[in-house]
Design a protein around this ligand. Structure first.
Ligand code: SAH
Length: 341
């Protein structure tokens, strides 16, 4: 519930309006997970609230810490026994959490572990929020940045993701600035137009991964529905509407999309756009068989784009020893059921 909804619920119980503000601060600023912890409410009121409402909070099923870079991966359990993963990374400027938006994913990208067994269900706004709060509570740190780059396609769970964004960025609540939030999509074109209308200050990341339909369709089934030209059209409209620079993600797969010809075609495709290109040497996922580009090819690809004047970076790989890198998140149950490990 946002503050307006909570106020309606609280006054509906015959309580004064200010109680809603108190409860909201306990939930979103103090991060408590039970009414019993709201110590400035009377005991009888806490009991009444407990009888009427549920505060959702993820359970920590498993926690892994990378030996290389202290990246932390959580396997969280949900109220119905489903599991999701979230990753916390430490950067010079603070802590970033990568959150999941769905249990599984139905987009079917050929290089990604999150989609191997399809989608089970959408996450509720509270379940996305709770990933942030549970990690903060466990690590005893304040998270400053959120990336919606975990399991799931955020624009395939549009309404709940919008509600999550409203709650996490609310000045009366957790107050993480939209400028510290990134949302990544595989290219759900109509939703990109819809998001543009909202003119949010977040960073839109677009998983492009190929400069033409032939290669992109072979890697990403979503491209058969909305082709490269339609996607780029939506991206141009997005930057025009929001004046925000788009970040294009491009996972480099050896021999597939990392050739000089691909770099050339990509630079023609994105010519004149307000954008940033983020190259990701593909993380290997056992089931997919895609191989990482060699460091020489990554360098050559990056230099070719930089020479054309593009802002280009190579994403640092964090947490790969604990399968926490891009595309490696999965419902752990899936792996255990199919491989017994
Ligand atoms: N569904 C959204 C959010 C997932 S974000 C999207 O597709 O954008 C995760 C990012 O990691 C996406 O850019 C995705 O394409 C990328 N990715 C998936 N599998 C990968 C892998 N094996 N190696 C590198 N990047 C991968």
């Amino acid at each position: 519930m946002n503050l307006t909804e909570l106020t309606a619920a609280v006054t509906g119980m015959g309580l004064p309006k200010f109680r809603a503000g108190q409860i909201y601060r306990w939930l979103h600023q103090a991060g408590v997970t039970a009414f019993s912890e709201m110590t400035d409410l009377s005991l009888s009121l806490r009991e009444r609230l407990d009888d009427s409402f549920v505060i959702f909070s993820c359970g920590i099923e498993k926690k892994q810490v990378s030996a290389y870079d202290s990246t932390v991966k959580y396997l969280f359990s949900l109220h119905d026994g489903e599991w999701i993963e979230s990753v916390v990374m430490k950067y010079k400027y603070g802590y970033t959490i990568c959150v999941s938006s769905q249990v599984g994913c139905r987009m079917g990208c050929k290089f990604c572990a999150s989609t191997l067994n399809g989608v089970v269900r959408n996450l509720a706004p509270s379940e996305i929020l709770s990933q942030v709060y549970a990690a903060e509570r466990d690590l005893q740190v304040r998270i400053s940045h959120v990336v919606m780059m975990g399991m799931g396609e955020p624009l395939d769970n549009y309404d709940n993701v919008m509600k999550f964004l409203e709650l996490i960025s609310d000045e009366n609540g957790r107050n993480i600035s939209m400028r510290h939030i990134s949302l990544s999509t595989c290219g759900v074109v109509p939703r990109i137009y819809e998001l543009a209308e909202k003119k949010l200050q977040l960073t839109l990341s677009v998983s492009l991964h190929a400069p033409n339909d032939e290669i992109r369709s072979s890697m990403m089934p979503v491209n058969r529905k909305w082709q490269v030209s339609e996607l780029i059209g939506a991206c141009r409209a997005y930057t025009e509407k929001t004046s925000r620079r788009i970040s294009f993600e491009y996972a480099l797969v050896s021999g597939k999309n990392d050739t000089p010809a691909c770099a050339e075609e990509l630079s023609r495709l994105l010519k004149g756009m307000l954008c940033h290109i983020n190259l990701i040497p593909v993380n290997e996922v056992r089931e997919t068989g895609m191989r990482k580009s060699t460091p020489e090819n990554v360098k050559r690809f990056a230099s070719a784009l930089a020479a054309k004047g593009f802002a280009v970076t190579v994403r640092r790989e964090l947490g790969s020893d604990i399968d926490a890198a891009c595309g490696q998140l999965r419902r752990r149950a899936v792996r255990e059921q199919t491989n017994g490990d």
